[in-house]
Design a protein around this ligand. Structure first.
Ligand code: AMP
Ligand code: ZN
Length: 669
């Protein structure tokens, strides 16, 4: 038994260390594959010997715990907000106020830090183990979200070095752009409204009930302040260094300066640079460096007197609201879009801005003809931040959210707890029908050559297509008479459709457009359930018990297969000969590929990009969508963007062109 215990403990220690190397130092020494193998081994041992359980085991990273409602708990040390300013004059005035307390001659050093734009968190550590994670809440008490926070890989579950026995550390949980954009790509593929900005998405993620879902969100956490007694640090800058030594992620952007002029230099230097950071910041935080001076200065009711946030102004303009257009997405989600008098903001002409949903419209109390403020900040789509109340449109032009679908006139529905209105006429609302077919033929789904989104619209309008199964009934004679359809393109189109019958089951499943079933989930379901029949019969429980499948997805799958129309459609697709089962392929691992991360880009002569990806996975490699420090190989075809190449070169990623890839593959395994 003692032996088992030692084995478990040394595995844990080893995994904590690999995690630290990968996420904090960005310098892994084993492959992902080897890491996963060791983690599996640990999970197996923990399952077999539950008496050696440890709430801070690296196995907690994958999540598992579900929190139905988060417990409210008091903060041991209150979490204050920060006074903020947009002007340098006010910073000078701030220093004058500091001098009133600290003395005219006092030496004041400042730590300048980036103001990370995410959700603040307070972490408690006891004897080097994370014991609690609490949201800011109202500053006095917050929500206990420990289970979810443990899944964030940049937060250490066990510390290193010489840490105090008990302390709290504060930081910001955020969602870097890369992960955020990826989540939105998946949302777009699902036909769901996009997430608005990384900050809201990060804080929303923290409040999810299912920690397994949180584990999949690419969240990160940067730490910036310590709280506790006898911490044996005397300055803020030292605190940052110490936190780094203990294993926390503390960006090295912080700078210690000795005058307010140097603070201005820091602010100026980040004014442009911030735009190329991999995550969002909304300003700079300036803190009096000496903790002794901090103590002398103390707090107001809301914020410390020794710190100040300098915020960068978002680029904004005012223009006239000409009207509102309601878009209907593939899933029926309604998005109100403001139609604006064109206006120039930071170099681009803006004509439209998202109004998100009915609540937003009501909050702004917006009227057609209003002069509105438009901002292009960290958001992907410009947004309306306010209305010029001096200059209001007529009250009879007040915008009332539509009650019927603008396309099919069915009544709209809004589920409890959801912000979005939906058109529920899923089966015969034109944009939903067209959107579903477009999704099905899309690159990530069936990838039908010779058929594009425009043609789908055309065929829909001609009455030749109303659902995906109709594609397989299309006849040459029907299509030819349609305008713009030459003989050759019709032949290509039909050939593309015919070829799609060979596409693997996972692609078909993704193509069906089941709500919340994105590419990854479709692959997972295809692998686990193997056939559409078994998936259709799966109970809610068995779905939920599938790794990576949460309640929401499981429920959606069950609902989908319960619909008689969907059943008919699947029958029709089956009869047309589409792949409705996973083909078991024996994998043939190649040592040079196993566990390595590949990025594929450009076009190739002897194989398509898709074929290449399948081959790499077959040989044991992993495919990533963009180059990062974790990438091992970039397989570069013709026409790859120069920036990708540059990035790969900078990160020391091995670049293989078509010829060298073929040679690489030929090397004996
Ligand atoms: P505000 O929400 O505008 O009152 O700003 C205060 C918040 O800024 C804090 O609660 C933190 O969540 C956040 N923040 C981000 N970066 C820092 C930093 N480097 N130091 C202190 N607070 C920060
Ligand atoms: Zn409709």
């Amino acid at each position: 038994m003692e032996e088992i215990k030692n084995q478990i403990e040394s595995l844990r220690e080893e995994l904590h260390d690999h995690n630290y190397r990968y996420y904090i130092l960005d310098d892994p020494i084993i492959s992902d594959y080897e890491f996963d193998q060791r983690l599996k081994k640990l999970q197996n041992l923990e399952e077999q010997y539950p008496n050696f359980a440890d709430p801070n085991s690296p196995s907690q990273r994958v999540g598992g715990g579900v929190t139905k409602s988060f417990e409210t708990v008091p903060h041991k040390y209150p979490m204050y907000s920060l006074s903020n300013t947009y002007s340098k004059e006010e910073l000078i005035q701030w220093e004058e106020r500091l001098r009133k307390t600290l003395g005219e001659e006092a030496r004041i050093d400042y730590t300048c830090e980036l103001k990370f734009d995410g959700a603040s968190i307070s972490l408690s550590y006891e004897k080097g183990a994370l014991i609690k994670a609490i949201t800011r809440g109202d500053g006095v008490q917050g929500d206990n979200i420990t289970t979810n926070v443990k899944t964030i890989k940049t937060i250490p579950l066990k510390l290193k070095g010489n840490y105090p026995a008990f302390f709290e550390i504060r930081g910001e949980i955020l969602l870097p752009w890369e992960g955020f954009n990826k989540m939105n790509e998946e949302r777009a593929a699902l036909g769901e409204p996009l997430y608005r900005n990384p900050r809201n998405t990060a804080s929303g993620s923290l409040k999810l009930q299912d920690s397994r879902v949180v584990a999949q969100r690419p969240l990160s956490c940067f730490l910036y302040s310590l709280a506790g007694e006898n911490l044996s640090v005397s300055t803020q800058f030292e605190a940052l260094q110490k936190a780094r030594e203990w294993g926390f992620k503390v960006p090295d952007s912080a700078q210690l300066v000795d005058s307010i002029d140097a603070v201005f230099d820091f602010i100026t230097s980040w004014e442009e640079k911030r735009k190329s950071l991999p995550y969002e910041i909304d300003g700079i935080v300036i803190k009096v460096n000496s903790l002794f001076q901090q103590e002398e200065l103390g707090f107001t009711a809301k914020a410390p007197r020794w710190a100040m946030a300098y915020k960068y102004k978002a680029e904004q303009a005012s223009t006239c609201l000409n009207g509102i257009h309601y878009q209907v997405g593939r899933t029926g989600a309604i998005t109100p879009v403001a139609q604006l008098e064109p206006v120039l903001i930071s170099g681009t002409t803006v004509k439209r801005a998202s109004l998100h949903n009915a609540d937003q419209i009501e909050k702004l109390d917006i009227r057609i003809g209003d002069t509105v403020y438009v901002e292009k900040g960290g958001e992907i789509i410009p947004k309306i931040t306010g209305v010029d109340t001096q200059n209001r449109g007529h009250s009879e032009d007040r915008v009332v959210f539509i009650e019927n679908c603008p396309e099919c006139f069915s009544p709209l529905k809004r589920e409890k707890g959801e912000a979005q209105h939906y058109c529920i006429n899923e089966l015969s609302c034109p944009p939903q029908q067209i959107g579903k077919i477009q999704h099905f033929i899309g690159r990530k789904a069936m990838d039908i050559e010779g058929l594009g989104g425009e043609t789908v619209c055309l065929l829909y309008k001609e009455g030749l297509l109303s659902n995906i199964a109709d594609l397989y009934d299309l006849k040459k004679e029907q299509i030819l008479p349609i305008e713009r359809m030459a003989e050759k393109s019709v032949a290509n189109l039909l050939e593309g459709i015919e070829k799609s019958k060979a596409k693997p089951f996972a692609k078909v499943l993704f193509g069906l457009g089941i709500r919340y079933v994105g590419e990854t989930v479709a692959k997972k379901l295809a692998k686990e359930f193997k056939s559409i029949d078994r998936l259709a019969e799966a109970s809610l429980e068995s779905l939920i018990h599938t790794e990576e499948i949460g309640d929401r997805i499981a429920q959606s799958v069950v609902t989908y297969f319960a619909s008689p129309q969907n059943q008919l459609q699947i029958e029709a697709l089956k009869n047309h000969g589409l792949q409705m089962e996973s083909i078991q392929i024996e994998q043939d691992f190649h040592e040079a590929f196993v566990g390595k991360k590949f990025v594929v880009s450009g076009v190739f002569e002897t194989f398509s990009r898709e074929e290449l990806k399948v081959e790499i996975e077959y040989l044991g490699g992993k495919i990533a969508s963009s180059v990062s420090s974790k990438t091992d190989y970039l397989v570069a075809g013709e026409g790859m963007g120069p920036s990708k190449k540059e990035k790969a070169e900078k990160l020391g990623v091995v670049i293989l062109d078509e010829k060298s890839y073929l040679a690489f593959k030929q090397k004996p395994s």
